[in-house]
Design a binder for this molecule. Structure first.
Ligand code: PHE
Length: 457
């Protein structure tokens, strides 16, 4: 399989898969979604989903990819036949749609990095107003999101080992360090403990249908599951690697970063007297007041450093999102990597334009439709359709595929390469139970519940 490329070793895969998992989903989205959904209670539900459903699905995806040595479409086709291939194709489409808006938010992070490090952003009084004006100004956005897409495309073009693996190995550890630094600083601020209580002391009355499916969608998104990113990365690992160990490490790294991101943000939000339910602006607004209190020089360094790392986290995820359709075109259509990367990056950028323009620049995209008791922007709709609903659906289909078509014997066979003690182990029984019974029932029910609540509620 040399022609398709591959990771150099197990560590390379773990860095790349953790790089895919850790992203805006952890640092930007997780804190604001937790803030909007009741804090600690949401965190608990989220962690439950991660380990009960997320981990078995992750192992399943990696195993499918490694067995088939192919992109999601090709993998389902090889192992399941023509009609299953559509499931893979649907995953690839979800990846394209997710990247279309993800790149826009990554562009904001990139712009904020430059504004903080080299501009006058720290002198600004009204951060919230600044953020609203910033995301509504499409010239800046256009520039930064083009820049982000070009960097992503270049890394993907360089290939699996040099591009994806090399980048992830450097960026991931750096990210951890700066997170820890800002957390320690935040905890020393006045009222920080109110934030800690909000984040860690659950009020169970806040758990409802919406919290439960939002946490599930968030868990899938954060672990990069349900659309074939890990099928694709799994196709680049060696048969001697231990899939279960790798998946556990990736899951722990992803959950740790999301958890720490919350621990970083909520003390800061409460010490600034801001609302934790602020929404998508949370990271872009609440943190700035804190950087300001550090004084001009330190504020620039730490603030700039934070947004640079947000960019890095986003970048290791955008490359995994772009790699999925690229692998599809290279494997199935025999396109050159260069052609596949250029065409896809351009197409996805264009699909992202309405999302970019839906923050005030164009009214029709800002107030696109209304459902679920509120007005939704174009980006809200793309998020609802292609991740809140579709990623758990992708997980449902994967579990049905494994239990009814490939069979758990096929799964165990694949996993036991590189992990001979897997057969007969407790963990094998746990995964099989989850994949055959729990995932299909829970994910299927959750899909119906989400659709009903959102569109017919
Ligand atoms: N997991 C990434 C994040 O948390 C987003 C992502 C989703 C990446 C799906 C790849 C596939 O930001």
């Amino acid at each position: 399989m040399a022609a398709r490329g591959g990771f150099s070793n197990k560590l390379g895969f773990i860095a790349a898969a953790a790089g895919s998992a850790v992203g805006l989903g952890n640092i930007w989205q997780f804190p604001y979604v937790t803030g909007q959904n009741g804090g600690a209670a949401f965190l608990l539900v989220y962690i439950g989903w991660i380990f009960l459903i997320g981990l078995p699905i992750m192992v399943g995806e990696i195993a499918v990819g490694r067995k088939a040595q192919s992109n999601p479409y090709g993998a389902y086709k090889k192992l399941g036949g023509k009609s299953w291939a559509y499931v893979g194709l649907f995953g690839i489409i979800c990846g394209v749609m997710i990247l279309s808006f993800y790149n826009v938010v990554a562009g904001w992070a990139f712009g904020y990095f430059l504004e903080l490090s080299f501009g006058n952003l720290l002198n600004e009084q009204d951060y919230s107003g600044f953020f609203s004006a910033y995301v509504a100004d499409f010239r800046d956005n256009l520039f930064f999101s083009i820049a982000f897409m070009v960097i992503t495309a270049y890394i993907v073009y360089r290939g699996v080992q040099k591009g994806i693996e090399g980048t992830s190995k450097v960026l991931m550890p750096t990210l951890f360090l700066i997170l820890i630094f800002i957390i320690i600083y935040g905890l020393t601020l006045p009222n920080a403990m109110d934030g800690v209580s909000f984040y860690l002391l659950p009020d169970f009355s806040l758990i409802n249908g919406r919290t439960i499916y939002t946490a599930l969608g968030q868990a899938f998104f954060s672990l990069s599951l349900g659309m074939g990113a890990l099928i694709t990365y799994g196709s680049y690992i060696s048969r001697n690697d231990n899939i279960v160990n790798s998946a556990i490490l990736v899951t722990i790294a992803d959950t740790a970063v999301a958890f720490l991101a919350g621990l970083m943000i909520f003390p800061l939000v409460f010490s600034q007297g801001q609302s934790p339910a602020e929404g998508p602006g949370l990271v872009f607004v609440a943190l700035l007041g804190v950087f300001q209190t550090m004084g001009p020089l330190i504020g620039k360094i730490v603030g700039g450093g934070f947004f640079l790392l947000l960019c890095f986290a986003a970048l290791t995820s955008t490359i995994s999102l772009l790699e999925v359709p690229v692998a599809f075109l290279v494997d199935e259509k025999k396109w050159s990597r260069k052609k596949a990367v250029s065409v896809m990056a351009l197409l996805i950028f264009l699909i992202g334009l309405p999302s970019m323009l839906g923050f005030g620049a164009v009214g029709a995209f800002t107030e696109f439709v209304s459902y679920e008791g509120g007005v939704k922007s174009f980006m809200d709709v793309v998020q609802d359709l292609f991740f809140v609903i579709s990623l758990p659906l992708g997980g449902f289909l994967l579990s049905v595929f494994i239990s009814s078509k490939w069979k758990t014997a096929g799964l165990s066979e694949e996993i036991s390469h590189g992990n001979p003690s897997y057969r007969g182990s407790f963990i094998e029984k746990f995964f099989n139970l989850m994949i055959v019974y729990v995932c299909p029932v829970v994910l299927g029910a959750m899909f119906l519940l989400t659709v009903l609540q959102k569109f017919f509620g």
